[in-house]
Write a protein of this length. Structure first.
Length: 425
């Protein structure tokens, strides 16, 4: 097995997961950060991370890290970490294309005793059933004889400056006991919170995919409760605060469930479950309910507008926030777009304002052009969809100044007191 002192790491995929990892390793070991996006590499070489996960100061501290979009720059590396996206397709089935492409690229560089560790979220068995065969076929090498593999699921929480890659306990796993020990040793070089060595790669894969599935199901329950309480005229937040006085009540809140983890990962598990002949009823029910919340929000808004005798067709609505969560520029799989599309079904004109996002990315990804500033006294409805600190600091009175004399303010995130809004989820 390799000597830790001869470690030469390659991190494939420099997004929200890969870059923080590469930077931490790059503070003390030789690391090549690879990404197919040449513009991303150019920005990193200039010392800037547009995802805002890593500061300019932190980038400068990674003195042993270099960036490249040329796969051949990784030929001297012996420890490959794959952190590419694992999205779902339009049919909500796992799309392993990025993972397979990354595996093919690495396979062309594999040498005797090299180790490939996957961090991308997958269903249990994907590493050994999908990735390893690709590595063997392209490289011509034999798994667990010429090269080895591992799995260490990412636990990055975009926008979270408290829980960082180094202080989140890391799960690790390897294809042999010796490799598992070595992989664990490598991650312990940077993970101050420590590691948990899983019994197998499949156990580590399963652990990751159920972390977000559990959250998804719990949020779905609270979303359904919010719908019930709204029909009964009961304030959901008041109910949750009261219930939360019990020591073991879980503090989930209703809302839109998007992003590249919670809204995606459960479909990886359900895909595998169905492949082995089991119909995952609770997980899929939770997914259906959470995916329907955009439509529910718009229905609530329209009903309230009608009650206030505001003309719905031709109305103008402002949505505050497009990213999938607060204080984060990530717009991947944001469910705010469901609200946009549903409003358009009513022939309502929609303005989206989000100071955190890349406007060009929003245009490319969703074919919408966010406004640079909201219009004062310009809107029949205002939806506070994302609790960015800027919106919280504005206060309800300032946000209401964007509305016409008669308008509806819908606070999805419980940012303001009930009496300062017209609707809360």
């Amino acid at each position: 097995m390799k000597n830790i002192n001869n470690l030469k790491i390659a991190v494939i995929g420099l997004g929200y997961v890969g870059l923080p990892l590469a930077v931490e390793f790059g503070k003390q070991h030789s690391v090549v950060g690879f990404d197919i996006n040449a513009a991303r590499i150019a920005a990193l070489n200039s010392g800037t991370d547009h995802t805002l996960e890593v500061s300019d100061v932190e980038l400068a501290q990674a003195i042993h890290l270099r960036y490249s979009s040329n796969i051949n720059e990784l030929k001297d590396c012996n420890f490959f970490i794959v952190t590419v996206p694992t999205p779902i397709d339009n049919s909500k089935q796992p799309d392993l294309t990025p993972l397979i492409k990354a595996s093919k690229a690495i396979a062309g560089l594999l040498k005797k005793d090299d180790i490939v560790v996957y961090e991308s979220t997958v269903y249990p068995g994907a590493t050994e059933e999908v990735c390893i065969p690709v590595l063997e076929k392209v490289s011509g090498l034999t798994f667990n004889q010429d090269f080895y593999a591992g799995y260490s699921p990412e636990r990055i929480n975009p926008g979270d400056k408290e829980h960082r890659v180094t202080n989140i306990l890391k799960v690790t796993a390897g294809s042999t006991p010796e490799v598992a020990d070595f992989i664990d040793e490598v991650y312990n070089l940077i993970i101050t919170a420590g590691t948990h060595k899983a019994a197998s790669i499949k156990v580590a894969e399963a652990a990751k995919v159920i972390e977000n599935t559990q959250r998804d199901v719990n949020i779905a329950l609270i979303n359904e409760l919010a719908v019930i309480f709204n029909k009964m005229g009961i304030d959901t937040e008041a109910v949750l605060k009261a219930a939360g006085t019990k020591w073991n009540f879980l503090p989930f809140r209703p809302g839109l469930v998007g992003g590249h983890c919670i809204g995606v990962d459960p479909y990886y598990l359900t895909h595998k479950a169905q492949a082995i002949g089991h119909n995952p009823e609770i997980i899929l029910a939770g997914r259906r309910l959470n995916d329907s919340m955009g439509e529910y929000v718009v229905t609530q808004l329209v009903k309230t507008m009608i009650k206030k005798r505001i003309q719905v067709e031709g109305a103008k609505v402002l949505i505050l926030g497009l990213s999938f969560k607060e204080n984060c520029p990530d717009v991947r799989n944001t469910k705010v777009i469901d609200i946009v599309h549903e409003l358009e079904e009513y022939n309502i004109e929609v303005d989206v304002y989000d100071p955190w996002i890349d406007r060009a990315e929003a245009e490319s990804e969703y074919q919408i052009t966010p406004v640079e500033q909201p219009i004062t006294n310009g809107y029949d409805g205002i939806i506070l969809a994302v609790a960015h600190s800027e919106f919280v600091d504005m206060g309800a009175e300032h946000i209401r100044s964007f509305g016409k004399a008669d308008h509806v303010l819908y606070d999805l995130k419980y940012v303001f007191a009930k009496e300062d809004t017209d609707i809360r989820l």
